[in-house]
Each structure stands twice: as structure tokens, then as C-alpha cells.
Design a protein around this ligand. Structure first.
Ligand code: NDP
Ligand code: NHF
Length: 311
């Protein structure tokens, strides 16, 4: 049996493994292969979304691993997300059922609102929609998501790309609390205030883009490629990606590194048998620049654009 990751308790009692496989840009057979490999390696947490157009492959891999007896359904934490084109309260349940049927599962563990902003619906196959944004209130969308928990279709619901004020607006008006906020978080964009805010309100921060989408040819980002990063990697006998993921775990967030390369999927998982010393945590802390990798700039003028506030 592979060693599996430790878990963190969510505010509804559910437990989430503290590292998950990201799957954005893992298409078709790649997403299938990556999910199979990840489960074999010991991942028990997979992050997909309706807009990634790979729910079917991710689901196929999970079902196969269940059929092979590698995991039981209850061993794996599956997250998918409501796309912007499905914010209209009238279509939320239908959109969820579409994702569930893509995955071929009876329930999912966590359903996130991908963004606080809705996009105009054209048809279900136009998953990315257009940048025609709508004014649907995310509270109305949230209320429909709560019903999915009532129906037993998802164990929990959560937010993604919400700022602190928007999170509080949901918390102040909800019947079922969000368990997480999934946001960009890595050493160059550490979300210190949002993390503190989430902690005070009982939400876990899941870190998307935890490696800031490395560009090795450009030696980007510095926290993976500069001299200090190399020195730290050498000191611990690890890769700089492992140092980064370990750092995120030690600051209390749940990283979701994407890889479709088996060696890197394994590398990203092997972060549970060492600990960064306080002086090295300080080195990593200093990489913060406050510059986002994923600013969703095309939505910048919208009234619910989340990133105008400081956090
Ligand atoms: N809620 C939201 O709005 C968003 C959610 N997400 C979620 O978060 C996940 C992670 O974010 P993502 O944007 O993919 O960015 P990541 O920071 O995870 O970077 C992914 C890139 O890093 C490479 N990589 C992976 N592991 C290593 C390693 N050990 N060393 C060097 N390079 C590595 C991958 O290449 P290769 O595959 O070749 O290994 C890929 O090109 C997404 O896949 C998605 O599930 C992401 C963005 C927004
Ligand atoms: O989750 C996602 C991955 O990142 C993309 C942007 O770069 C987003 O569009 C998408 O919603």
C-alpha cells in the first residue's frame, strides 16, 4: 500500500488530504494517466473543474482504481467546480449533475464556485463562455449549491477566488458554510492576510498555482531557480519544488500542484518526511512580491472582481 498524505479537518468534520493533484491543462489521456499515477503514488485528493474539460478522464481513472481495489470511493477526496457560465440559480443543479455524470461518480466531496463572477451562458459545450459577464449575485448561486449538500450529491461546498469581504458576505448569509477558499498561493504571493482571515472564520485555504507555473527556460519563478532556492534544496537534499510545497504545507495551506509527468507527480508528493527549519521558513517568506500569476484581468471591471481589495 502506498503511503498517503496526512489530512486536515474541515469545518463540517470532513477530512481533506493536505496535498492534491491539480489537473488544469491535463487533457484527455494525460489527465487519465496523471490521475492513475497519482493514486498509485498515494495522492487521495484530486482537483478538477467543469472548465478543465477533463472530468471524464479524471473520473475514469478514479473508477478504475476503485475497481482494481487500489482505493475505495471514500478514500479519495474529489473536488470539481461550478463554471462561470452556470451561475444562474436555475441551472446550478443541472450543471452539477453534468459534472457528476462526467466523473461517473455518485457524489463528490467538494463543489466550488470557481469564481464570484458569472458569465453569459451560450451552451454547455462552450465551457469557457465568453467574456460577456453577468450580474448574477453569487449569493443566489450559493443558495443553489447548498441544496446540493441537502440532496447528498456533494459532501461540502466552497469558494474559489473570493476576497475577504465576499467571503464574509457569504458567511453572513448562508445556511451551509463554505469549507475552503481555493486561491492563488505560492511563495511570491503568500496571501498572508487572506490566510489569517480564513483562519478566523474556520475556512481552509487551498493553494492553486502553488509552483507559480514554472518556466524553466526563463528561470522563473525565482523561488524555484535562484541561488538561495538552490542552496535550500541542497541543504535538505530535495528539489526546490519540494521545498516550496513543504513551505506551503507548513504555513497551513493545502497545495494543489499540477503535473502530468509521473516523476514530478511523485516528487511533489514526497514532502511529508522532512521539515523546514524556522530560518529557512524565513528565507521562503522573503520571496513574497505580491504579484499574481493569475489576475483574471479580463474580468477586472466587474463589480464582483475579487482582486481590487487588498485581500
Ligand atoms: N480555482 C482556480 O481558479 C484555479 C485552480 N487551479 C488549480 O490548481 C492547480 C495547480 O495550478 P497550475 O495553474 O496548474 O500551476 P502549478 O503552479 O501547479 O504549475 C503547473 C506547472 O508546473 C509544472 N511542474 C509540476 N511539478 C513540477 C516540479 N516538481 N518541478 C518543475 N515543474 C513542475 C507542470 O508541468 P508538468 O505537468 O510537465 O510536470 C506544469 O507546467 C491547477 O492544475 C488547478 O487544478 C489553478 C489555477 C486557477
Ligand atoms: O482554474 C483555472 C486555471 O487557470 C486559468 C487561468 O490561467 C483559469 O481560467 C481557470 O479557471
Amino acid at each position: 500500500m502506498p503511503k498517503v498524505a496526512p489530512k486536515i479537518k474541515l469545518n463540517n468534520g470532513q477530512e481533506m488530504p493536505i496535498i492534491g493533484l491539480g489537473t488544469w491543462k491535463s487533457y484527455e489521456s494525460e489527465a487519465y494517466r496523471a490521475t492513475c499515477d497519482a493514486i498509485d503514488i498515494g495522492y487521495r485528493h484530486i482537483d478538477t473543474a467543469f472548465v478543465y474539460e477533463n472530468e471524464q478522464e479524471v473520473g475514469k481513472a478514479i473508477r478504475e482504481k476503485i475497481a482494481q481495489g487500489v482505493i475505495r470511493r471514500e478514500d479519495v477526496f474529489v473536488t470539481t467546480k461550478l463554471g462561470g457560465i452556470h451561475h444562474d440559480p436555475a441551472v446550478v443543479e443541472r450543471a452539477f449533475r453534468l459534472s457528476l455524470s462526467n466523473l461517473g461518480l455518485d457524489y463528490i466531496d467538494l463543489y466550488l464556485m470557481h469564481m464570484p463572477i458569472g458569465q453569459k451562458f451560450h451552451d454547455d459545450n462552450n465551457v469557457h463562455g465568453t467574456l460577456e459577464l453577468t450580474d448574477v449575485d453569487y449569493l443566489d448561486t450559493w443558495r443553489e449549491m447548498e441544496k446540493l449538500v441537502d440532496l447528498g450529491l456533494t459532501r461540502s461546498i466552497g469558494l474559489s477566488n473570493f476576497n475577504a469581504a465576499q467571503t464574509e458576505r457569504v458567511l453572513g448569509n448562508c445556511r451551509i458554510k463554505p469549507v475552503v477558499n481555493q486561491v492563488e498561493c505560492h511563495p511570491a504571493f503568500q496571501q498572508e492576510q487572506l490566510r489569517q482571515h480564513a483562519k478566523e472564520h474556520g475556512l481552509i485555504i487551498c493553494a492553486y498555482c502553488p509552483l507559480a507555473r514554472p518556466q524553466p527556460a526563463r528561470h522563473w519563478p525565482p523561488f524555484l531557480y535562484d541561488e538561495r532556492a538552490q542552496q535550500l534544496a541542497k541543504k535538505y537534499g530535495r528539489s526546490s519544488a519540494q521545498i516550496c510545497l513543504r513551505y506551503l504545507i507548513q504555513i497551513g495551506v493545502v497545495p494543489l500542484p499540477k503535473s502530468s509527468n509521473k516523476a514530478r507527480i511523485a516528487e511533489n508528493f514526497n514532502v511529508f518526511d522532512f521539515e523546514l527549519q524556522p530560518e529557512d521558513m524565513a528565507v521562503m517568506r522573503n520571496y513574497h512580491t505580491g504579484v499574481r500569476t493569475v489576475p483574471f484581468s479580463g474580468m477586472a471591471g466587474h463589480k464582483y472582481y475579487p482582486f481590487n481589495d487588498q485581500f
